[in-house]
Design a protein around this ligand. Structure first.
Ligand SMILES: C[S@@+](CC[C@H](N)C(=O)[O-])C[C@H]1O[C@@H](n2cnc3c(N)ncnc32)[C@H](O)[C@@H]1O
Length: 422
């Protein structure tokens, strides 16, 4: 039983992607990457909003918050090199689980008999796998009972179950399978422990990962300049840039999705950054073209053709390629669905609020351009599952990113700075 409580998960890949990346990185390096991806970061990073507070004030307030019961034992300190950046170390992995994420009742698949509100429970994550018919499933019907006597051979025994911590049931077993909303388990001890910062120091801090903060610093925006952030929502890097400019000059943020533009505007308002203007625009169409250039653009290879060429460069797929699914879903439909998942609600389902649209910008319009292109999200951590990405979908991301990059190159002034991050 003790063996199961160790946290040594494996990341589930599409086999062809796994082979491709293993060859690209080398077996040893790739194995370390896979291992790191399965674990959360062991620290949090908070950017102090210099417009509203000081780093010292943020540290004082965070320390007070962290010394509260929930986050006991955690402290924070200023980053040794980056001013305005505060690091909050977490803990993990803990052999004996050392909380608080909260499994939502609709997410609970199976549960032991006679669990009552207030009981102490162990929480496992189960990963979906593809069955022989090519259908994704976790093999558990919602409402399954886990017999306490043989939990190890049922839920606990598969390589796709990982113990993630202990908690207290907030609902009885019958209630949690009946309810449509609510927290089923309040985690008390987690394998990895990072304090939650809900609603803390609103407007004074922004929770942001270190590479995102560094991206804005590398761009090196200067007060008074005109900066473009091409794929900007929710505005983490846009606001970091505006802060570095002491809220002077012009920071233009683009996103192609209405609701996401609203998010940028709302974050800029919350942080008191008035030099940010956000527009709804497809960055692929962000460069003004004259009519000659327009007709040559029409001659550029369509995306599908470019992807086929990319696939051809990979040669035959390895024998381990995942079999095609029995239920056919068109590529266009798959793309639409994945866009919907990434972009949230579409046109006609606006969150409310007007956003400005802009047509395009003349070439060489900006002192500096940041392109934080949409990516495959394979590097997001922690993750136990990456098998939905195929070589084709990765190729699609690469081509899309390159097209955006071409636009960024056109928009930055000669001698200006272009930072590409993804
Ligand atoms: C990686 S996220 C950007 C994160 C952001 N830079 C930050 O730090 O908060 C990528 C964003 O690009 C947007 N996007 C994707 N394709 C786009 C396009 N063609 N034009 C404009 N925005 C696009 C997506 O809606 C998404 O919000």
């Amino acid at each position: 039983m003790q063996r199961k409580l160790g946290y040594r998960p494996a990341l589930l890949w599409n086999p062809a992607v796994y082979e491709y990346l293993r060859e690209a990185y080398g077996a040893d390096h790739f194995s370390r990457i896979c291992d790191a991806l399965t674990r959360p970061s062991t620290y949090c990073c908070v950017r102090a909003n210099a417009m509203q507070t000081s780093t010292a004030a943020v540290i004082a307030e965070l320390k007070e918050f962290l010394s509260s019961k929930e986050a006991e034992g955690t402290t924070c300190y200023e980053h040794p090199l980056l001013k305005n950046v505060v690091i909050v170390p977490g803990r993990g992995p803990c052999d004996k689980v050392c909380g608080s994420c909260a499994p939502w009742c609709r997410g609970v698949l199976a549960c032991s008999e006679h669990v009552d509100e207030g009981d102490s429970v162990a929480v496992f994550a189960r990963i979906e796998v593809k069955d022989s018919a090519g259908k994704w499933s976790n093999g558990v019907t919602r409402g399954t009972t886990i017999p306490l006597s043989d939990w190890e051979s049922s839920l606990g025994g598969s390589p796709y179950d990982w113990f993630i911590g202990k908690g207290r049931a907030m609902m009885s077993r019958p209630t949690l399978f009946r309810e449509r909303q609510g927290i089923a388990v309040k985690m008390t001890d987690r394998i990895y422990n990072l304090p939650a910062f809900h609603g803390i120091l609103e407007g004074g801090v922004f929770l942001q990962n270190l590479p995102s903060i560094v991206t804005a610093i590398v761009l090196d925006p200067q007060p008074g300049e005109r900066i473009l952030d091409m794929c900007a929502a929710p505005g983490g890097k846009t606001t970091a840039i505006a802060s570095l400019m002491n809220n002077t000059g012009e920071v233009i943020a683009l996103d192609r999705t209405h609701n996401k533009v609203l998010e940028i505007l709302s974050l800029a308002k919350e942080l008191g950054l008035s030099c940010i203007q956000a527009f709804k625009l497809d960055a692929l169409k962000s460069v003004q073209v004259d009519s000659d250039a327009q007709s040559s653009l029409a001659l550029t290879q369509p995306l599908e053709k470019e992807i086929q060429c990319f696939m051809a460069t990979l040669g035959d797929p390895p024998e381990t390629e995942v079999p095609p699914t029995s239920q056919y879903t068109s590529k266009a439909r798959e793309r639409k669905e994945s866009r919907r998942l990434k972009n949230g609600r579409g046109r006609g389902q606006h969150l409310g609020g007007r956003v400005d649209m802009i047509k395009s910008f003349p070439p060489n319009s900006f002192d500096r351009v940041l392109l934080d292109a949409p990516c495959s999200a394979l590097g997001l951590r922690p993750r136990l599952f990456a098998a939905e990405e195929t070589l084709e979908s990765l190729g699609r991301h690469a081509i899309y990113q390159r097209r955006l990059f071409d636009r960024a190159v056109e928009l930055v002034k000669a001698g200006g700075t272009l930072v590409y991050s993804t």
